[in-house]
Design a protein around this ligand. Structure first.
Ligand SMILES: *[C@@H]1O[C@H](CO)[C@@H](O)[C@H](O)[C@H]1NC(C)=O
Ligand SMILES: *[C@@H]1O[C@H](CO)[C@@H](O)[C@H](O)[C@H]1NC(C)=O
Ligand SMILES: *[C@@H]1O[C@H](CO)[C@@H](O)[C@H](O)[C@H]1NC(C)=O
Ligand SMILES: *[C@@H]1O[C@H](CO)[C@@H](O)[C@H](O)[C@H]1NC(C)=O
Ligand SMILES: *[C@@H]1O[C@H](CO)[C@@H](O)[C@H](O)[C@H]1NC(C)=O
Ligand SMILES: *[C@@H]1O[C@H](CO)[C@@H](O)[C@H](O)[C@H]1NC(C)=O
Ligand SMILES: *[C@@H]1O[C@H](CO)[C@@H](O)[C@H](O)[C@H]1NC(C)=O
Length: 492
């Protein structure tokens, strides 16, 4: 009798561990990994990094907001989402996106296949809420709580779609407002019982880099990190990087200031994370919850004499933080497995016990993570479509009439941040003794950049001209294949 009771007890115990765990995804905006932004996030460090796994080879498949976010939500490369840039005309939150992709996002699948209660707060896709794509009335499929920011990153004076109704906020700091909604959501009774997914997509640390007043005085002496590629100039790079000026000026106080403000905006995110984790603990669901932390793309400040932005095929822009904690994940684990944004959706689905749909390009890394298997080989595709925009060129810059460039301002010494021919595809390869990048530009020179990151981690030397024709052929073949791949084919 005792034995039967014990047996029953054990069974009940193990089924009370949820079959479908909760999942929290925290997505920051434009947060670098390589310029040390993580050093200011103590709570993320203690509550997520120290308690879980760090993927040190995590890459974005496109170093720009809307395409990258669309990839996160769908598990598909940009060539399969059709999202080319941050405009509706480039499929960002377009009618096509809403009709075709939103019902197939991992969030929709969590709802239809596993009855998750889904919560979203913060920046969605850059043109979300525009009158041309349905306005703030549009709530993407699958969400129960929808707190979506209209338009691009803002910190004050913004409109949120609250379950499809617009509400304007003038003086309330957005990161804090998101936190309050998240806590209200978690305070509901059924959260302790039924599985939920929560996504917190902060505007931080994207421009205009506005910190909360309580953080305005932090890091007074901060200087932007002088990496080996900071203010490093050479002629063996694609056209946009070769554009003048050849060097940064001596006074780059504006860069120090920008990095300081970026760090300050991250302090509010760190508080948000701290309070959400504390709440999960308080309501006794922390042990049943996976928490992921990442960013939509990286960032550069001064590398290769650029100003401050993303959109380039260099490691600063492509590598982002990726941390995950949760049931069965050992603490302080380092994973070297190369993974990228296409893998997030399949991984979240597999945590919820849902098979990866055939049309997703990514692959779940959940099993390897909990089993402690670290597969160190793989190829990752990076795709970017350069933008041009005359409206973003200061009329005092020499290239004021160049219809092919964008974002050339006096404060950044007229160094343009983008151009239409800054369009490229790269393969990032990891294999035994191989840590390589091969990028092909779709410009008038068919320019190629190739870096051996094993011997040259700062990408100072483009070794394309030194490559054997076999290697060039191999990398070209892989890029051509990946650029057209869909579903399982993308994984070799
Ligand atoms: C949007 O994506 C679809 C599917 O890839 C594509 O057919 C369409 O041309 C895209 N629209 C634009 C404006 O890029
Ligand atoms: C975005 O992509 C679309 C489709 O390719 C293009 O028509 C549009 O000009 C692009 N927007 C910018 C700002 O380059
Ligand atoms: C789905 O979840 C809701 C809310 O948590 C719950 O009330 C409902 O019973 C669930 N439905 C099924 C079929 O499990
Ligand atoms: C959003 O809608 C859900 C029902 O789907 C409701 O429970 C929740 O209270 C609403 N949230 C807000 C902030 O109005
Ligand atoms: C708030 O935003 C509106 C446009 O959305 C603008 O007209 C107004 O000047 C802004 N107010 C402040 C204080 O920035
Ligand atoms: C960048 O390099 C140029 C040329 O060496 C130098 O004059 C300038 O002071 C440097 N700027 C910074 C911020 O290091
Ligand atoms: C890139 O575009 C600009 C026009 O914006 C043009 O002057 C330049 O020659 C182009 N370079 C390449 C390599 O295509």
């Amino acid at each position: 009798m005792l034995r039967i009771l014990l047996f029953l007890f054990v069974v009940t115990e193990s089924t009370s561990n949820r079959a479908r765990p909760n999942i929290v995804l925290i997505l920051t905006d434009d947060q670098d990994l390589l310029l040390q932004s993580m050093t200011v996030m103590d709570s993320v460090q203690q509550r997520i990094v120290d308690e879980g796994a760090t993927f040190v080879n995590f890459f974005v498949n496109s170093p720009i907001c809307c395409p990258s976010r669309s990839t996160i939500l769908t598990g598909k490369y940009p060539h399969n989402t059709g999202v080319r840039n941050n405009s509706i005309s480039g499929n960002c939150s377009s009618g096509y996106w809403q009709k075709y992709h939103e019902p197939r996002s991992f969030v929709s699948l969590l709802k239809t296949r596993a009855n998750y209660t889904n919560f979203y707060a913060g920046k969605y896709l850059n043109t979300y809420g525009d009158r041309k794509n349905g306005g703030v009335k549009h709530v993407p499929d699958g969400y129960d709580w929808w707190i979506g920011l209209q338009g691009n990153s803002k910190y004050y004076n913004y409109t949120l779609s609250i379950n499809g109704t617009g509400r304007h906020f003038t003086n309330e700091y957005l990161t804090d407002v998101m936190k309050n909604y998240a806590l209200s959501f978690l305070n509901q009774q059924q959260i302790q019982r039924d599985p939920f997914f929560m996504m917190l997509a902060t505007p931080a640390c994207h421009q205009p880099f506005t910190p909360a007043p309580r953080h305005r005085h932090k890091f007074p002496d901060l200087k932007v990190l002088r990496t080996p590629s900071f203010n490093y100039s050479d002629d063996n790079r694609h056209w946009l990087i070769r554009m003048p000026p050849k060097y940064l000026p001596a006074d780059v106080a504006i860069m120090d200031d920008i990095q300081r403000k970026r760090y300050q905006t991250l302090l509010a995110v760190d508080e948000l994370v701290s309070e959400v984790v504390a709440k999960l603990d308080e309501i006794s669901v922390l042990d049943d919850t996976y928490i992921m932390f990442t960013s939509d793309n990286g960032y550069h400040i001064g590398q290769f004499v650029q100003a401050w932005d993303k959109r380039q095929p260099y490691e600063t822009d492509l590598r982002v933080p990726f941390f995950i904690r949760g049931p069965l994940i050992k603490s302080k684990r380092t994973m070297y497995q190369p993974v990228s944004t296409i893998d997030i959706a399949p991984t979240i689905l597999s945590i919820a016990g849902i098979k990866t749909p055939n049309d997703m390009d990514g692959r779940s890394f959940y099993k390897n993570l909990v089993k402690g298997i670290d597969n160190k080989n793989g190829d990752i595709l990076i795709e970017y479509h350069g933008e041009s925009n005359l409206k973003t060129i200061d009329y005092r810059c020499p290239w004021v009439n160049d219809k092919g460039v964008s974002q050339c301002t006096l404060e950044s010494w007229c160094k343009c941040q983008d151009s239409r021919n800054n369009t490229y595809a790269c393969v990032r390869r990891f294999a035994p003794e191989v840590n390589f990048k091969f990028c092909k530009f779709f410009d008038e020179e068919n320019f190629i950049e190739a870096y051996d990151l094993q011997s040259d981690p700062s990408e100072l030397h483009n070794i394309y001209e030194l490559l054997k024709s076999n290697d060039i052929g191999e990398y070209t073949k892989v890029i051509n294949l990946l650029e057209k791949c869909s579903g399982k084919v993308c994984n070799g």
